[in-house]
Design a protein around this ligand. Structure first.
Ligand code: ATP
Ligand code: ZN
Length: 304
């Protein structure tokens, strides 16, 4: 299929997300919180956008970068690990870059790590020289080995990488880790991090034209509002004028506050949007520094 042929005729935006797996629900929820809604088709592979001309294609996560490269989809929500592996693959075969990470989305966090048998005394990457390393991320691993100047054999496996050492297929592995429980169960320990990963919005390097450019800009505006609000709260409090400089030092994550003078007193009422978590501990610290009448309000939507 010719990428430009499919892309040129479309006046709707098409986003690929994982059909079922770790990223599918949070990806949908994130898009829904940007005001998108869909009519599901019976085969549940394509969801027609109702509130906006933005459709979803439900696929395997590994297919997402390829669908964007071919112009079948405009954007995708995928792990940075999957995106960067395919970016690395293209670079290794001297193909031009087509993908770019548009936004980091703050869920699906994990890391691509190198793990070795528990009983190895780890003294650095040079120890891997001449060893076999099993992975589903051959491009990222090869890149890292080259950066480290280490000559090791990359053994590509599509799954069950963590049992490769027990099966005698490799001495070490390079795989995704979140809690590390799978590694421990296989008597392995993580020793190096190759990539910190999370779900990302992946898109093309080249900007869209026409209607799709407008739709993508609208989506990004809403997405940025949603992402900024994740932990954000509106904090209201009162304080004596003299205490305010100290109080603001306790709010490094806050936007410049709105300040109102309370008639007939030396006290001020302040309102600040805080981007970090406003915990009980922080409220108590503010109270000790002279704030009172503290109120924390949830923020529903924001459009900068
Ligand atoms: P698919 O059927 O779509 O190919 P999959 O089995 O490849 O599914 P999942 O296991 O659902 O995919 O993982 C999707 C993404 O979730 C990973 O690529 C990674 O970015 C992220 N992730 C977060 N934590 C972990 C983890 N502990 N193990 C694997 N992936 C994780
Ligand atoms: Zn996959």
């Amino acid at each position: 299929m010719s990428p430009t042929a499919t892309a040129a005729v479309r006046d709707r935006l098409r986003i690929a997300i994982q059909k079922s797996g770790r990223l599918s629900e949070p990806a949908r929820a994130l898009l829904a919180s940007c005001g998108l809604s869909w009519r599901e088709s019976r085969d549940r592979l394509f969801c027609y956008g109702e509130s906006l001309p933005v459709d979803l294609l439900l696929v395997r996560d590994d297919d997402i970068p390829g669908l964007i490269a071919d112009g079948v989809c405009d954007l995708g929500i995928v792990g940075r690990n999957v995106l960067q592996e395919q970016v690395g693959e293209r670079a290794a075969s001297a193909q031009p870059a087509v993908h770019r990470e548009w936004r980091a989305l703050g869920f699906g966090g994990c890391r691509l790590a190198l793990a070795v048998p528990e009983d190895w005394k780890w003294d650095g990457p040079a120890q891997l020289t001449g060893k076999r390393i099993a992975t589903s991320y051959p491009a990222l691993l090869s890149q890292w080995l080259a950066q480290q100047g280490v000559n090791a054999e990359v053994v590509t496996l599509s799954g069950s990488v963590e049992i490769a050492p027990r099966l005698g297929k490799a001495e070490a592995i390079c795989d995704l880790v979140s809690s590390g429980a799978t590694l421990t169960a296989n008597h392995l320990k993580p020793v190096e991090t190759l990539l910190e990963s999370e779900a990302v919005l992946a898109g093309p390097v080249v900007p869209f034209g026409g209607v799709r450019a407008e739709l993508a800009a609208l989506l990004l505006r809403r997405l940025d509002g949603v992402l900024r609000l994740k932990d954000s709260k509106l904090l209201l409090f009162q304080a004596a004028r003299g205490a305010v400089p100290e109080l603001l030092k306790l709010l490094p994550d806050a936007e410049p506050p709105t300040v109102t003078i309370i008639d007939g007193s030396d006290r001020l009422a302040l309102q600040a949007l805080c981007h970090g978590a406003v915990t009980w501990q922080r409220l108590e610290d503010l109270k000790r520094a002279g704030a009172n009448s503290l109120l924390v309000l949830p923020v529903e939507r924001m459009l900068a």
